[in-house]
Design a protein around this ligand. Structure first.
Ligand SMILES: NC(=O)C1=CN([C@@H]2O[C@H](COP(=O)(O)OP(=O)(O)OC[C@H]3O[C@@H](n4cnc5c(N)ncnc54)[C@H](O)[C@@H]3O)[C@@H](O)[C@H]2O)C=CC1
Ligand SMILES: O=C(O)C1=N[C@H](C(=O)O)C[C@H](O)C1
Length: 250
């Protein structure tokens, strides 16, 4: 079978460089274009790419996707910054190109994907839930896309189970002390030199605690997920959020 032709957008970045190397090493994939900031995206089309891996910055990703989807190119997106409004616009763009698959993956690490899945399963059993995400200090967004997605999954499961917000008597304190709030779930963001990407999901009930922790010590942890997504995205037309949807998790 012919190798899938793949382009990487954001090829000079921390993730982009690793993705370029991983795709080059895969026998069933052919890297046909590397796009960096300032390069023309039409290079992707001219190179005949079937799939684009998008690893840029929140300020660039929506415009890149608008172009790529409009050209009928399947997209595997790791860049953060997608919210309900931008996802809605993307879904409309994808609907105008039936058959085109787009994966928005808040995290490609299998550990992080499983942590989010387990957190959603655990959420209905506990009175309290909070998320702590810890990252390298070069990260430009907070909270992390993974933490937002985790909190959304927990909030949906709690709401379905008829649970309200976690108990919290806080009345006084400094702004930000209780973190950001996504769907009633508090998220605390740590930025520390030496870290890569880490998350702790805390659940509490009277007399007990459950902690789900995932650690990416190196960006190689994201590569198997990216390769799986590249190989699968054509089979999932429309916009999918979360690599878990490609993994047959129950
Ligand atoms: N889904 C996942 O598993 C992961 C997602 N990420 C996310 O991926 C994104 C990239 O992360 P890093 O590689 O660490 O950032 P980075 O800052 O090292 O790389 C981003 C690259 O994109 C380039 N860029 C910006 N606009 C561009 C454009 N319009 N066209 C082409 N290139 C452009 C920048 O010049 C830079 O080289 C971030 O949003 C990050 O949160 C990071 C790690 C894992
Ligand atoms: O910027 C990063 O590094 C990461 N970004 C993603 C996020 O915001 O969740 C994924 C992972 O946490 C690494």
């Amino acid at each position: 079978m012919a190798a899938l032709k793949v382009a990487v957008i954001g090829a000079n970045g921390r993730m982009g460089q690793q993705a370029v190397a991983a795709i080059r090493q895969a026998d069933d994939l052919e890297l046909v274009a590397e796009v960096s900031r300032g390069d023309d995206l039409t290079n992707v089309v001219d190179a005949g790419a079937q799939i684009a891996v998008e690893l840029t910055v929140p300020a660039s990703t929506k415009e890149n996707l608008r172009f790529l989807v409009g050209q009928g190119i399947h997209c595997v997106v790791g860049t953060t910054g997608w919210d309900e409004q931008s996802l809605g616009a993307l879904r409309e763009q994808a609907a105008a190109r039936p058959g085109v698959g787009v994966l928005i993956a808040p995290n490609f690490s299998i550990g992080a994907v499983l942590a989010m899945h387990f957190a959603a399963q655990a959420a209905r059993f506990f009175e309290s839930a909070e998320v702590i995400e810890l990252h390298h200090p070069n990260k430009v967004d907070a909270p992390s896309g993974t933490a937002v997605h985790t909190a959304e999954g927990i909030a949906a499961a709690r709401s379905k189970a008829g649970l309200g917000a976690s108990p919290d008597a806080t009345q006084h304190g400094l702004d930000g002390a209780r973190g950001a709030v996504v769907g009633d779930v508090h998220i605390h963001s740590v930025r520390l030199r030496g870290l890569v990407a880490h998350e702790e999901i805390l659940f509490g009930s009277p007399g007990e605690q459950l902690v789900i922790r995932t650690d990416s010590f190196d960006r190689t942890s994201f590569m198997p997920g990216i390769l799986t997504a590249v190989r699968s995205v054509q089979d999932h037309p429309g916009v999918t959020v979360g690599l878990d949807k490609y993994l047959d998790l129950r």
